[in-house]
Design a protein around this ligand. Sequence first.
Ligand code: GRF
Length: 200
Amino acid sequence: MKKIRIAVLCSGGGTNLQALLNAGEAGLIPDGEIVLVVADSPSAHALVRAERQGVKRAVFDKKKLPRAEREEKIAALLKEEGIGLVVLAGFMTVLSASFVRKFPGRIVNIHPALIPSFCGMGMYGLHVHEAVLARGVKVTGATVHYVTEECDGGPIIAQRAVEVREGDTPETLQKRVMREAEWVIFPEAVEQVCKKLKGD
Ligand code: GRF
């Protein structure tokens, strides 16, 4: 059976995209193939990473297109490209219920904390790590989950814990969570979901 065609949606640096591309190249995602990278900003470094790897790119600029129109165009492109799995890798827009309903069980996201802690509206980027340090928890981590209509509320696919260290800043913690958890569990979870989708 054919590989699941994957689109990765990004807004920024794209280190998680890079982890997925590397895993794909290393043969660690045998049931899926990254065929499209979508960004909501033309300056997203993720686009450079995609270009380097020869992956098709598309930009739907947040500053130029209102959300509903942007989502409509993204959904149309995903359908046109025969995308079977939508991967949110640092995509900074919360997708509407109507978008999510178009791809049931076929959208996954990575969150830089152990859901259900430090998640939901407003919990993105460094805010998450700031909140972790402010609360003083000793363990944080990352979560890969299905995207449903409820923000960060979908079924959990994978999690990995990361130690919070004395003297951590939001920045040092963010880096450790990425290195020790996000870049490790994301490719594994994407392969797991592709395998499952192929079997459906
Ligand atoms: C990551 O921390 C991810 O968990 C969150 O946004 C960040 C994106 O980083 N959803 P990058 O663009 O993958 O480097």
